[in-house]
Design a binder for this molecule. Sequence first.
Ligand SMILES: Nc1nc(=O)c2c([nH]1)NC[C@@H]1CN(c3ccc(C(=O)N[C@@H](CCC(=O)O)C(=O)O)cc3)CN21
Ligand SMILES: CC(C)C(=O)C(=O)O
Ligand SMILES: [Mg+2]
Length: 272
Amino acid sequence: MSQEIVTRRITAPDIRARKGGEPIVSLTAYHAHTAAIVDRYADFMLVGDSLGMVMHGMDSTVGVTLDMMMAHGRAVVRGSKRALVVVDMPFGTYEESPSEAFRNAARIMKETACGAVKLEGGARMAETIRFLTERGIPVMAHIGLTPQAVNTIGGFKTQGRDPAHWSVIKADAQAVADAGAFAVVLEGIVEPLAAEITREVSIPTIGIGASKECDGQILVLEDMLGLNPKPPKFVKQYGAVGAAIEDAVKAYADDVRTRTFPTDEQIYKLKK
Ligand SMILES: Nc1nc(=O)c2c([nH]1)NC[C@@H]1CN(c3ccc(C(=O)N[C@@H](CCC(=O)O)C(=O)O)cc3)CN21
Ligand SMILES: CC(C)C(=O)C(=O)O
Ligand SMILES: [Mg+2]
């Protein structure tokens, strides 16, 4: 009898069950080959709408479309087998009504085969989070610095620097947890606030620029790899991939110009 090792995908309930346990590891992934690497180490991968800025050169995430998210979502699902894949709902596809949010989230799930969606907003999105989760769509919430609101906030600004604003952000965290979100991203908030929220809510908090007090961490892959020439302050550099690409491209250009590439090893020969 042959023994087959079945690797089952990590699910949204698996992530939820990690509250208060071993830290949850996550990174963004936007394409198949990088997803295959991240898949071996991360608990979940986010196909984030930051892909509009990272992959497509946009100034913000506001212009990202559902088709862009689904194209990259399919690539990441195809390139991975173990980690949960979460796809960001882009600006304008979920805010108007719970039913419109459901229609677009269902399209994302059906057309990418991802395991969950993420949307930005706290108390104001609670009704929508409940509507989706009650109908079979796991939702990750995202509060604090919500980049899709860049035009009303007036920039990518750290939240909760003034403790007078903490109660609103705490209420957002409580509201998304009560509504059924399986986890919540805390972005760009001060450490003591992240610590209090993590202590108070029943679901895992995933921090980005929100200190080590969270139940897990996420970073944009290209930022931590050293591909982004101007990364936010909360990014730690784990690689120098930008410099590695530059060295390789320069060496190739030199080889072509000096006719050093291709050599006999890289060419096709006539049949004998
Ligand atoms: N490549 C990339 N990485 C990200 O983390 C990311 C994106 N893109 N796009 C969507 C949002 C936007 N994000 C950002 C972008 C810039 C700052 C930033 O420059 N922050 C200032 C702090 C501002 C303050 O102190 O209030 C910094 O100096 O880090 C923060 C978050 C996070 N997300
Ligand atoms: C920064 C993470 C949390 C995100 O939402 C994104 O990459 O779009
Ligand atoms: Mg996002």
